[in-house]
Design a protein around this ligand. Structure first.
Ligand code: SF4
Length: 485
């Protein structure tokens, strides 16, 4: 669906407002143009009053709020606040999950969401207001998920969140969180208490004394990073360096051309700062995120789609990927950096994601333009299918199996056989540290294949792509032998 402001300007009578599905297909520039048009026509308030009854449109407009004019942002925030106030007055149980999630999804779907969740963004807006924020965080923290709701998330879904050690920030600054006397550190303790993990923390706040002391003294240093993009104060740097805390972006500035700055400084085909495919939750919405090289359509270098439901939808070649992401969950694969990196650096034109509605899983292949090129239903028990798919890829390929024990066991067997042979590397993995291990391990960054089997088997096989035939042959032999017995 193409939105054309010019066409709308020429219309004699006001056109009907765009509906939810149409809005989700607009790129952020087009969305901003649509807001500007409604402002010119004096219809924005009427439109928002109706549209903001939809949680997905609250999510969509909020995510791209930095693209809107100042007055439009104010109006949007005011109407959202008013509607939330009315909702708060009428709701019976103030202990519920954020965003009314339990009213929109079944308990099974919620479990699936939290098992795949990459991030819970605690606040909306960011006190740091970096002009070249690649996430387009609006300046100033103005809303948060209540501590009670976070407590309920961790109490009910802590074991699900543990699988991916979900982080507690996204387009936000952790030190901004405050709900009465509860701070980020209290939420952090919920993760420790109910989920048994210590979330990775990245912060840009280097001035608040108590916060700095907590970062240096209370949190495990290997799980903390300080963002030093654009900060030149060497005294501050020394403080954290001496404490052996990871300094990110030292001696660099945020890259221009991502997010709203892409409007002025057109960059295209560059890899953004996110990696992988996964859902996230913010105070304003539940989204699927899929990284891609940046473009006018995807200025942040990622597809961002509010999840409407998990009821599935017809998948069709030629459709925009947003249609799938509105009705399926993008299964987490935070190791799939190579897809978007390869697209950016090696001119690769396609990437894939695993989409599920909780009943079926689909491998969906789409281009950097977001258009679906291919798809097929995924059968986790068909090892041959999976390996064929691996062998089709050129360069580094990664494929994850989520708790698929039959497949996991077979691959582990192969791994054990291959381990120690020349050009093969095997490694027991701890789910908690896999992100870092994989980067440093074997030939995966050059010309290898990574087969991950986790979380239950916690195993990984990395092999040169030229050996895929050998792996497949051996897998066939194992399967045949099993079938005979
Ligand atoms: S601190 Fe991070 S999230 Fe906040 S504005 Fe800066 S880059 Fe964006």
């Amino acid at each position: 669906m193409e939105y054309s402001p010019l066409e709308n300007d020429q219309a004699k009578s006001p056109k009907p407002f765009l509906n939810k599905e149409e809005i989700i297909l607009l790129n952020p520039g087009q969305l901003a143009d649509y807001f500007a048009e409604l402002t010119r026509e004096g219809r924005l308030e009427t439109y928002l009053d109706e549209a903001l009854e939809n949680p997905e449109l609250v999510a969509q407009f909020s995510y791209w709020e930095k693209w809107l004019a100042q007055e439009e942002r104010k109006l949007l925030d005011n109407i959202i606040a008013q509607k939330r106030e009315i909702y708060r007055e009428t709701q019976e149980d103030d202990d519920e999950l954020p965003l009314g999630l339990e009213k929109r999804f079944t308990p099974e779907q919620l479990k699936l969401i939290f098992e795949n969740l990459h991030a819970i963004q605690l606040t909306f807006g960011c006190s740091k207001g970096c002009p070249f924020c690649a996430f387009d965080a609006v300046p100033g923290a103005r809303e948060h998920i209540s501590y009670k709701q976070l407590e309920r998330i961790f109490q009910n879904y802590g074991q699900s969140l543990k699988k991916n050690t979900s982080i507690l920030y996204w387009a936000s600054e952790p030190s901004d969180y405050l709900d009465e006397d509860k701070t980020y550190l209290d939420v952090y303790q919920l993760a420790e208490l109910y989920a048994g993990y210590q979330p990775h923390t990245r912060s840009r706040e280097t001035d608040k004394k108590e916060w700095v002391e907590a970062l240096l003294g209370k949190l495990p240093k290997e799980r903390v990073a300080i963002s030093f993009y654009g900060i030149n104060n060497s005294g501050k740097k020394r403080l954290f360096r001496d404490a052996e805390i990871d300094l990110v972006g030292e001696n660099r500035s945020h890259q221009r051309g991502f997010g709203v700055s892409n409007r002025e400084e057109k960059t295209e085909g560059e890899h953004g700062i996110t990696q992988g495919t996964y859902p996230i939750i913010t105070p304003r919405g539940l989204y699927n995120i899929v990284s891609l090289p940046n473009s006018e359509r995807y200025p942040q270098g990622q597809v961002v789609v509010p999840i409407i439901d998990l009821n599935g939808a017809e998948i069709e070649i030629g459709d925009p990927i947003e249609k799938v992401l509105g009705h399926y969950l993008a299964e987490i694969n935070d190791q799939s950096f190579s897809f978007s990196e390869d697209m950016a650096q090696k001119g690769r034109n396609e990437r894939r994601l695993m989409a599920t509605d909780g009943k079926k899983r689909f491998v969906v292949v789409f281009g950097r333009d977001g258009i679906i090129r291919n798809f097929r239903e995924f059968d986790p028990n068909k090892l041959q299918d999976a390996l064929t798919e691996l062998s089709e890829t050129d360069g580094t390929a990664q494929f994850s199996y989520f708790s698929q024990i039959p497949t996991a066991r077979i691959l582990t067997d192969i791994m054990n056989e291959m381990a120690g042979k020349k050009n093969f590397y095997s490694h027991d993995m701890d789910t908690d540290t896999r992100t870092w291990e994989i980067d440093n391990y074997g030939p995966s960054g050059t010309n290898g294949i990574t087969i991950e089997v986790w979380p239950k088997e916690k195993a990984i096989l990395i092999a040169p792509i030229s050996k895929i035939g050998e792996i497949r042959k051996r897998a066939r032999e194992i399967i045949d032998a099993e079938e005979k017995t």
